[in-house]
Design a protein. Structure first.
Length: 136
C-alpha cells in the first residue's frame, strides 16, 4: 500500500478583497490556493502559516475552520496519492501583491485556468459565507 502525501491548503479570505488564488508549482501554473506539504511531526498550522507568509508577506492570519478534506488517488493531483485538507484562513492584510490575485466574485473565476473544480466550489463557499459538504 502506497502512503499518501499530506497537504495543508489555505483558502485565504480578506473581507474586502475576497479569496486569494496563487499559481502553484503543484498546480502546473494554474490558479489554486496557497498550500504546502506537511511532513510527519510537523504542525500543519506552522507549515501553512510560514508558506503563506513567505509567498505573500502577510503576517496576520487566523485559521478559522476546516472547509474540506479529500484523498486523491495517484495521478489525479500529483503522481503520488495525496490527502489534502482545506482550511479557511482569514486576514485583513493585502500582502505584496505579486504571484497571487484576489477574487471577489465567482464570475471572475470563469476567465481563469483553475487547477481543480474544488477551487471554484470552495471559493463559492467562502465568498457566500456558506459551507457546503455537497457537490464537491
Amino acid at each position: 500500500m502506497q502512503l499518501h502525501r499530506v497537504y495543508a491548503i489555505g483558502v485565504v479570505n480578506h473581507p474586502e478583497l475576497g479569496v486569494m488564488l496563487t499559481q502553484q508549482q503543484i498546480a502546473q501554473g494554474n490558479w489554486f490556493f496557497c498550500g504546502h506539504e506537511v511532513h510527519p511531526g510537523e504542525d500543519w498550522r506552522n507549515v501553512l502559516y510560514l508558506h503563506i507568509k513567505q509567498k505573500t508577506w502577510i503576517n496576520h492570519l487566523h485559521f478559522d475552520k476546516i472547509l474540506w478534506a479529500q484523498s486523491f488517488p495517484a495521478k489525479i493531483v500529483t503522481p503520488e496519492p495525496v490527502f489534502s485538507f482545506f482550511v479557511h484562513v482569514k486576514t485583513t492584510e493585502k500582502g505584496h501583491g505579486r504571484g497571487y490575485r484576489w477574487v471577489k466574485n465567482i464570475d471572475e473565476l470563469e476567465a481563469l485556468a483553475l487547477f481543480h473544480p474544488l477551487v471554484k466550489s470552495l471559493c463559492q463557499d467562502v465568498l457566500g459565507n456558506v459551507i457546503s459538504l455537497e457537490n464537491k
